[in-house]
Design a protein around this ligand. Structure first.
Ligand SMILES: [Zn+2]
Length: 398
C-alpha cells in the first residue's frame, strides 16, 4: 500500500512539475517530488535493515548484492560511490552544481571523492533529485549547495536526517547576496508571471494546489536572493575560503593541504579578476546584452557593467514577450554592440533572432552552472571557462 501511495504521489507531482515548469512553482513542485522521494528512500532504508547505522558515509554496507540502497548508490553515475569510502579513507563531498564541484577539486585534489549531482550537460533549472542523489547526500561527509530558489528541495532532505554529522555549506551564505534584478525590457520575472501575456498558457496546466503553494511561497520569501553568487571571481574566492573551512572541519588531518591549495587557487582567481578589470577599464562601452536569462548580476555589479536581458537570473520562463524582443533589438542597434550573448547549455533561439534582426553575431558567455559532457571530459574548469569570458567580454565591449 505504501508503494502505491509513493508511486502515485511521484507521478502526480511529476505531471504538475512538467506543467508548471515555466512558472515559479517549479521549485515547489520539485519540493513535493523530493518529499515523495524521501518517502521512497526511507522505504529503501527500512528494507535494507542491515544498513540502518551507515549514515556517516564511512561505514560501508557489507557488499550484499541484495541491498537495494547499495545498488542504487552504486549506479549513481558520479565518482563518489559511498560504498568505496571506507576503503580509500577519503572524505566524500557532494555538490549540486559545477562551481563548488570544481572549487573542491582545486582545494582537495585527489584527497576527496567528489560527486556533482547535476550530470554534465544537464540544464540546472530543470534538475530534479533522483533517489540515488538523495542517498548520495545522506552518505556524504560534506554537502555543498547554492541555497537559492532551485534548492528548496534540499532543506527537506537535511531535515530528514537530524542526527547526521554531515557538514553542509550554502553558497549564498559565503557572500553578501543581492536580489535578482528586474531591468528595463525584461519580461516579468518568474514571480510575476501572472501579469504577463502568457497568463492563460501558464494557467492551463496549473492546479489549484500549486496556486496555493505559490501564494505561500511568496509570503514566506517575497524577494529571492540571486543565487548565482559564483559568477564574480571575487565571490568565488570567498566561496573557496569557506569550502576550505568545511573540508578542514570534516577532515582536520588534511587542513594544511587544504589551506595551501586554497591560497594557490585564490591567487589564480585574483589574476582572473585583474584581467576582467583590465578589459573593462580599457573598453569602449560598458553594456552587455543577453538574449537569454541573466544570472550574472554579481559579475556585472563587480565590474560596473550595465546589462539588458530577456529574463532575470533563474526565471523559469523561456518565451520572451514581443515587447522584450523589440526592446532588445532596439538596444543592440542603439548601443551598436557587436554581439548578442547567450549562456552555455541554453537555447539560442532568442539570441539568434536578435542577432538576425540586427546583423550582429551570437556569442556564449559562460555562467558555469554546468558544462557539457565534452567540456567535462576535456577537463574544463571554472577558470578556463571564465578565461573564455575575458576574451568574449573584450569583444562585446569594444
Ligand atoms: Zn540559475
Amino acid at each position: 500500500m505504501i508503494w502505491n501511495f509513493i508511486l502515485q504521489n511521484m507521478s502526480a507531482d511529476k505531471t504538475r512539475n512538467t506543467n508548471s515548469r515555466r512558472n515559479v512553482s517549479a521549485g515547489l513542485s520539485r519540493r513535493s517530488v523530493t518529499a515523495a522521494l524521501l518517502a521512497f528512500c526511507a522505504a529503501l532504508t527500512l528494507m535494507a535493515a542491515g544498513c540502518a547505522g551507515a549514515r556517516g558515509g564511512r561505514t560501508a554496507p557489507d557488499g550484499g548484492s541484495g541491498d537495494p540502497a547499495e545498488n542504487s548508490a552504486g549506479t549513481a553515475g558520479g565518482r563518489a560511490d559511498p560504498a568505496d569510502n571506507a576503503d580509500d579513507g577519503k572524505i566524500s563531498v557532494v555538490t549540486t552544481i559545477f562551481p563548488p564541484y570544481d572549487f573542491v577539486r582545486e582545494i582537495a585534489g585527489d584527497e576527496a571523492d567528489i560527486k556533482m549531482l547535476l550530470k554534465p550537460g544537464e540544464e540546472t533549472h530543470s534538475y530534479e533529485p533522483t533517489p540515488q542523489d538523495i542517498i548520495a547526500i545522506q552518505n556524504s561527509d560534506v554537502f555543498i549547495y547554492t541555497g537559492g530558489e532551485n534548492d528548496v528541495w534540499v532543506e527537506d532532505i537535511l531535515s530528514s536526517m537530524p542526527d547526521s554529522d554531515l557538514v553542509t555549506l550554502r553558497l549564498v551564505d559565503c557572500v553578501e547576496t543581492v536580489e535578482e534584478e528586474q531591468v528595463e525590457g525584461m519580461k516579468g520575472s518568474a514571480g510575476h508571471d501572472h501579469d504577463e501575456e502568457d497568463y492563460d498558457d501558464v494557467h492551463g496546466g496549473h492546479t489549484d494546489e500549486a496556486d496555493e503553494a505559490d501564494g505561500e511561497d511568496e509570503e514566506e520569501s517575497p524577494h529571492e536572493a540571486d543565487e548565482h553568487v559564483w559568477t564574480s571571481p571575487v565571490n568565488a574566492s570567498l566561496i573557496a575560503e569557506q569550502i576550505k573551512n568545511v573540508l578542514s572541519k570534516a577532515d582536520p588531518d588534511n587542513r594544511g593541504m587544504y589551506e595551501e591549495n586554497t591560497l594557490a587557487y585564490q591567487e589564480q582567481l585574483a589574476e582572473l579578476d585583474g584581467q576582467f578589470r583590465e578589459v573593462v577599464d580599457h573598453a569602449k562601452r560598458n553594456i552587455m546584452i543577453f538574449g537569454d536569462r541573466f544570472p550574472f548580476r554579481y559579475f556585472a555589479d563587480e565590474y560596473g557593467l550595465e546589462y539588458y536581458a530577456a529574463f532575470p537570473g533563474c526565471a523559469g520562463d523561456t518565451e520572451p514577450s514581443a515587447a522584450t524582443m523589440a526592446f532588445l533589438i532596439e538596444k543592440v542597434k542603439e548601443e551598436k554592440v557587436p554581439a548578442v550573448l547567450k549562456m552555455e547549455l541554453s537555447s539560442a533561439d532568442i539570441a539568434n533572432a536578435i542577432a538576425e534582426a540586427t546583423g550582429t553575431e551570437v556569442k556564449v558567455f559562460y555562467s558555469c552552472h554546468n558544462l557539457s559532457a565534452d567540456d567535462f571530459e576535456n577537463g574544463e574548469t571554472y577558470l578556463s571557462m571564465m578565461q573564455k569570458n575575458v576574451e568574449t567580454l573584450k569583444e562585446v565591449l569594444n
